[in-house]
Design a protein around this ligand. Structure first.
Ligand code: PEP
Ligand code: MG
Length: 293
């Protein structure tokens, strides 16, 4: 079974006891996508759009963003591709937005919270993604979801723009699970989306109450802590048949992968360069019975 190739000619990644795992790549540019394909990634599990928006001198138009996306994603055509909407806040401030400073940017208006208040910023991205979806099948990821309205807002905007553009087949839409509130709201969130992607970097920071960029609390930032793994397992279980993947640093920690797979996770997204290493590690793992983390 392990030697069977997929339709893309990529060798399957199967544990010693027969669980097939998908290993995709986290990227931010055309170069990253090319590297991901070279290294045998099964898809693009996370396209981070922050570098593109932060490098721009003015708010990119939907056309400019669509051109960038299309150009970047071409090498991955035919595989699963998930593009994340812009995830910035007061800690990353593009010059054209003039965001007011906030005392606690990581607990403030970032990700979808910001997009909900800057309609032109959200519109440019959704229109571009819809335009690209005519040529390349892609999914949209909503960053930093906390409450149901975060998802409802983006879904209704996507539907509205699709109708205006005469597009009947909507791209798949997914919620990033990066806050304990989102993790514990899977039952209601799943009625509005097609898939989930767990961002373990933020999920750890918000579960362990330890800033991911604060060297003074590294002892508390434990991304494979039993509480984090318990939340991940909860997400997988409550999602039922809905696809769930994980795209934080935890997904590429070789020592943590067995624990992750035992939560029921069957899809990982890691830095493009690490794809072969992660696949090799998975092939050597025996999951045996799934057990409580
Ligand atoms: C995460 O939070 O785990 C994640 C993948 O998103 P980012 O690292 O870009 O915040
Ligand atoms: Mg995150």
């Amino acid at each position: 079974r392990e030697t069977m190739a997929t339709a893309n000619g990529i060798k399957r990644t199967v544990t010693r006891d027969g669980l097939e795992v998908s290993v995709m790549a986290n990227v931010r540019s055309r170069e990253d996508v090319e590297l991901a394909m070279e290294r045998g990634a099964d898809g693009i599990g996370l396209f981070r759009t922050e570098p593109f928006f932060l490098a721009a001198k003015h708010l990119p138009t939907d056309k400019e963003f669509a051109t960038f996306l299309l150009e970047s994603l071409k090498p991955a055509r035919g595989r699963r591709i998930d593009v994340r909407l812009l995830d910035i806040g007061a800690d990353k401030n593009p010059i054209y937005l003039h965001l007011p400073p906030e005392p606690d940017p990581f607990l403030g208006r970032r990700g979808v919270r910001l997009l909900r208040e800057y309609p032109e910023l959200l519109a440019a991205q959704l229109r571009a993604i819809l335009e690209v979806s005519k040529e390349v099948e892609i999914g949209v990821l909503i960053p930093m979801v906390t409450i149901e309205n975060d998802v409802l807002h983006v879904v209704s905007m996507l539907q509205q723009f699709a109708a205006e553009m005469g597009i009947f087949k909507l791209p798949r839409i997914g919620a990033m699970i990066e806050t304990p509130a989102a993790a514990l709201s899977i039952t209601s969130l799943k009625t509005h989306v097609d898939f989930f992607s767990i961002g373990s970097n933020d999920l750890t920071q918000y579960t362990m109450a330890a800033g991911r960029e604060n060297p003074l609390v590294v002892e508390y930032f434990i991304d494979d802590h039993p509480t984090v793994l318990r939340l991940i397992e909860w997400v997988v279980r409550e999602s039922g048949t809905m696809p769930v993947s994980i795209c934080g640093e935890l997904a590429s920690r070789i020592d943590a992968i067995p624990k992750l797979l035992r939560t029921g996770i069957m899809s990982l997204s890691v830095a493009a360069a690490l794809v072969p290493e992660v696949k090799m590690a998975i092939r050597g793992i025996e999951i045996k019975k799934r057990r409580e983390p």
